[in-house]
Design a protein around this ligand. Sequence first.
Ligand SMILES: *[C@@H]1O[C@H](CO)[C@@H](O)[C@H](O)[C@H]1NC(C)=O
Ligand SMILES: *[C@@H]1O[C@H](CO)[C@@H](O)[C@H](O)[C@H]1NC(C)=O
Ligand SMILES: *[C@@H]1O[C@H](CO)[C@@H](O)[C@H](O)[C@H]1NC(C)=O
Ligand SMILES: *[C@@H]1O[C@H](CO)[C@@H](O)[C@H](O)[C@H]1NC(C)=O
Ligand SMILES: *[C@@H]1O[C@H](CO)[C@@H](O)[C@H](O)[C@H]1NC(C)=O
Ligand SMILES: *[C@@H]1O[C@H](CO)[C@@H](O)[C@H](O)[C@H]1NC(C)=O
Ligand SMILES: *[C@@H]1O[C@H](CO)[C@@H](O)[C@H](O)[C@H]1NC(C)=O
Ligand SMILES: *[C@@H]1O[C@H](CO)[C@@H](O)[C@H](O)[C@H]1NC(C)=O
Ligand SMILES: *[C@@H]1O[C@H](CO)[C@@H](O)[C@H](O)[C@H]1NC(C)=O
Length: 375
Amino acid sequence: MTTQQTLLVLLLVLTLLTGVMSSQEAQVLHVRVGEMVVLECPYLSHKDGGATPLWTNHSTQDVNVINNMSTSAEQMDVLIHGRSLVILRATINHQGNYSCTYGNASRRFCFGLTVYTTQSREHGEKNQNPSTCYTQQSCTLRCPAVNIPPVNITSNGIMWHKEGESSPQNGYFESISEKDSSVYTCTRSYLYRGQTYNMTFTVSLDVKPSSEILSPHKNEAFRVDLGSTVVINCTVFVNSDFDDAFWLSDGSFVETDNSFPVFYNSTRVKNSKEEKLTASLVFTKISEEDLLKNYTCKLESSHQSSSFVTITLTRKAHHFPLSLTLCIVAIVAVIVLTIGGAVILSRGCSRSKGCVRLNRAKRSSSHLSTSWSRV
Ligand SMILES: *[C@@H]1O[C@H](CO)[C@@H](O)[C@H](O)[C@H]1NC(C)=O
Ligand SMILES: *[C@@H]1O[C@H](CO)[C@@H](O)[C@H](O)[C@H]1NC(C)=O
Ligand SMILES: *[C@@H]1O[C@H](CO)[C@@H](O)[C@H](O)[C@H]1NC(C)=O
Ligand SMILES: *[C@@H]1O[C@H](CO)[C@@H](O)[C@H](O)[C@H]1NC(C)=O
Ligand SMILES: *[C@@H]1O[C@H](CO)[C@@H](O)[C@H](O)[C@H]1NC(C)=O
Ligand SMILES: *[C@@H]1O[C@H](CO)[C@@H](O)[C@H](O)[C@H]1NC(C)=O
Ligand SMILES: *[C@@H]1O[C@H](CO)[C@@H](O)[C@H](O)[C@H]1NC(C)=O
Ligand SMILES: *[C@@H]1O[C@H](CO)[C@@H](O)[C@H](O)[C@H]1NC(C)=O
Ligand SMILES: *[C@@H]1O[C@H](CO)[C@@H](O)[C@H](O)[C@H]1NC(C)=O
């Protein structure tokens, strides 16, 4: 096969594939009675630019081409504008299958429209737009976008409601908390010829805990010995695979290569409940220089502002063990007492009967000197 033939075959296969796809991929819309519906015929290529698609109603046995000019009561609320078919107020009768095409030779796009009664719970279930925010962060709810054809339909704002509450909300949280997890509805209002038409969407908001550095603490000072090996763990709770933690030393990145005297390596531990990341800063041999720097563990996240903790190293102060200190104090005290006693006795020795006491003091002083040498 020549290259040209191969290309031709490829093209044929591609055409067949897209042909199959177009008939399978129907866009399905779920709306409530009374709501406005916009079906937009997608562009196939720039050739279709200014073209108006032909809309077909497949809801009846006989397939109908929808046209604008119909004056039947049911179709009063149906407009064709540019690439869009607009049903101003949906009724149960509008439920069904529709398609659009830019001409006989063009691809056909399919739509399915399901209309629910006002009370139907199923509508909310089919229409959930999931959204995630993280505690203590700001959060903006987003109402799904609608492409309104460029006619005299004008937007009249968006209204938010929390499920089970009648008072409207603005869809913005300065600092969100877990109790704000709920189902919200947003209503886009439009004005057309003096009438208001609504499009309502459901957004289910899940508020998850933010990623955070659990340890070390801010400005913590680690006591170290010169020449020793020290590992400082930065433990981070992460809520996303895209969150990462790393170490900086005086503001520049610490190496991850363990042939360097100072490096870090990290591990992730994930279980069903949470994911923890540990970035271990390793000093193979603490030097004087290491004590002069500050070390920062920084948490970077794809969805929240970064946070960090800076620590320092200080040299361990070498004080004596407590028992040794007590011993020395005791010895000094005894020496002072002994000398004091000796002075008194030597004064008394001039008198004959005082000499016995001097001997006793001498004995206790020699006993003390043995305990001193033992220390
Ligand atoms: C349908 O009617 C609207 C206004 O009545 C008009 O602006 C629009 O061009 C018409 N569309 C078609 C395809 O005739
Ligand atoms: C499609 O046909 C059904 C059944 O005749 C009708 O009730 C409905 O209004 C039609 N839809 C549109 C958009 O004209
Ligand atoms: C719409 O099309 C689906 C299959 O694509 C079919 O199951 C359904 O019965 C159709 N609905 C109507 C009202 O024609
Ligand atoms: C499309 O096909 C119909 C019949 O299937 C025909 O009447 C019509 O002229 C064709 N239109 C174009 C643009 O080819
Ligand atoms: C849009 O509004 C203008 C004036 O407000 C009017 O002249 C025009 O006919 C309207 N167009 C349609 C399609 O309703
Ligand atoms: C449109 O939605 C608003 C706000 O939810 C509501 O007050 C109004 O009654 C609705 N209008 C229609 C026509 O459904
Ligand atoms: C530091 O973290 C590593 C990896 O999780 C762990 O094996 C080690 O025991 C930790 N060391 C300290 C001092 O917590
Ligand atoms: C850490 O060191 C850098 C560079 O010496 C300095 O800019 C920064 O302010 C220090 N940070 C802290 C918290 O001491
Ligand atoms: C980090 O490096 C140290 C020193 O090479 C090693 O003992 C430790 O096992 C490493 N930890 C991980 C999680 O790779």
